[in-house]
Design a protein around this ligand. Structure first.
Ligand SMILES: Cc1cc2nc3c(=O)[nH]c(=O)nc-3n(C[C@H](O)[C@H](O)[C@H](O)COP(=O)(O)O)c2cc1C
Length: 355
């Protein structure tokens, strides 16, 4: 593991080279003597750095004194790629893990209740501020990795992922009631890459998928605080202006399939994380497992990016399960590896997230 002070955030610059504020959050600014409201608002600064499908940031929060409620913001749902809101709730699970990690770091972790009101499926979690005797070093190490995490879609170097880290990632997912499958044989990797490529071709052939994706793809210099800027996909400033139009208009499925096949088979590690059930509660667990895994990987300088196509299409998800011999439900697929840092993506302000 790296020492904590190596986990600085000074590379968090936008394409203009200016600081990207949400990513510059510093634990030294925690309002230890502030009001409860001020504490929650500060902690939310870590929740909003969580990954989310298409960077939709589909979360809302309500501060009720000592308690904080996390709500699904279904207005931000991606109905085509995620018709059951599974990935939306996974994303909220990621924000929840960031919150838990920050609370634990500052020794304020109280209770955490998932889906506390059966009559309100949008209320995903209720947390309370507690008073812990001491903070856990393991949790603090993850906490310091929050501003260092990004989805890194570049090809990775060939260096293998140390088996000790893969074991640690396995424990990280188990801690959150999920399981992790590391694809070991070339046969398995090629079988998964085939399904991913098929998923790409089918998704891109669907005009509705392209329209939805195009609405979240933004030029590099856009001031929009959500969605995916071109630079996150390796697109330069000029080309990024054409991005939304190109995505909307052209079926680029064959090209995407070829690229993802290469990335899948060429990455040092491919993993699938799943759960035994497939309910909103399982999705919340899977989201927390995802965030814990991504942070733990960053602690050892490992990047990740998603290859979820074979899980997003129901028949491919079923075929994936059969071909890998899973008894449960795959929730997301990641490739892992070492590579260069990339610029962080935008985030909305805390004010926009409060009910
Ligand atoms: C549940 C979930 C599903 C995602 N699916 C994909 C995906 O299929 N392809 C992809 O490139 N990124 C995927 N992402 C990554 C998001 O696009 C990314 O988190 C978002 O753009 C914010 O960027 P950041 O992770 O660098 O902060 C997914 C993220 C989450 C949480």
């Amino acid at each position: 593991m790296k020492p904590l002070d190596n986990l600085s955030t000074d590379e968090s610059l936008n394409p203009q080279g200016k600081p990207v504020e949400p990513w510059e959050i510093s634990s030294a600014d925690f309002p230890h003597n502030g009001t409860t409201q001020e504490k929650w608002r500060f902690l939310l600064g870590y929740a909003l750095l969580a990954p989310s499908n298409h960077n939709s940031q589909p979360w809302l929060f309500r501060i009720r004194g000592n308690e904080l409620e996390l709500y699904a913001d279904r207005m931000r749902a991606c109905h085509v790629v995620d018709p059951s809101d599974r990935e939306l709730i996974l994303s909220c699970g990621c924000a929840l893990l960031h919150l838990r990690s920050a609370l634990a770091h500052f020794a304020y972790l109280g209770s955490v209740e998932l889906l506390p009101n059966p009559a309100d499926p949008d209320l995903l979690a209720r947390l309370s501020l507690g008073t812990q005797e001491e903070t856990s070093r393991d949790e603090s190490v993850l906490f310091y990795a929050i501003p260092k995490r990004r989805t890194n879609r570049q090809p990775f170097r060939d260096d293998p992922i140390p088996s000790a880290l893969l074991s640690a990632l396995q424990s990280a997912t188990q801690d959150e009631f999920a399981w992790l499958h590391v694809l070991k044989s070339e046969q398995e990797r090629h079988a998964l890459a085939d399904l991913i490529a098929e998923g790409d071709r089918r998704q891109w052939a669907d005009k509705r998928f392209r329209l939805e994706l195009a609405s979240w793809v933004h030029p590099n210099r856009s001031s929009t605080r959500d969605g995916i800027p071109g630079y996150a996909q390796g697109v330069d400033d000029l080309m990024s202006y054409a991005g939304p139009l190109l995505v909307r208009t052209f079926d680029m499925g064959d090209g995407q399939a070829a690229m993802d096949y290469e990335l899948a088979t060429g990455s040092p590690a491919l993993v699938i994380v799943g759960t035994d059930g497939d309910t909103p509660r399982d999705w919340l667990h899977a989201g927390q497992a995802l965030a814990r895994l991504l942070l733990r990987a960053r602690v050892d300088d490992v990047w990740a990016s998603f290859l979820n196509q074979a899980i997003e299409l129901p028949d491919l998800r079923q075929r994936l399960g059969v071909s890998m011999g899973f008894t449960g439900f795959p929730q997301f697929c990641l490739r892992l590896g070492f590579g260069d840092d990339i610029k962080p993506t935008p985030r909305r302000d805390v004010d926009e997230l409060l009910i």
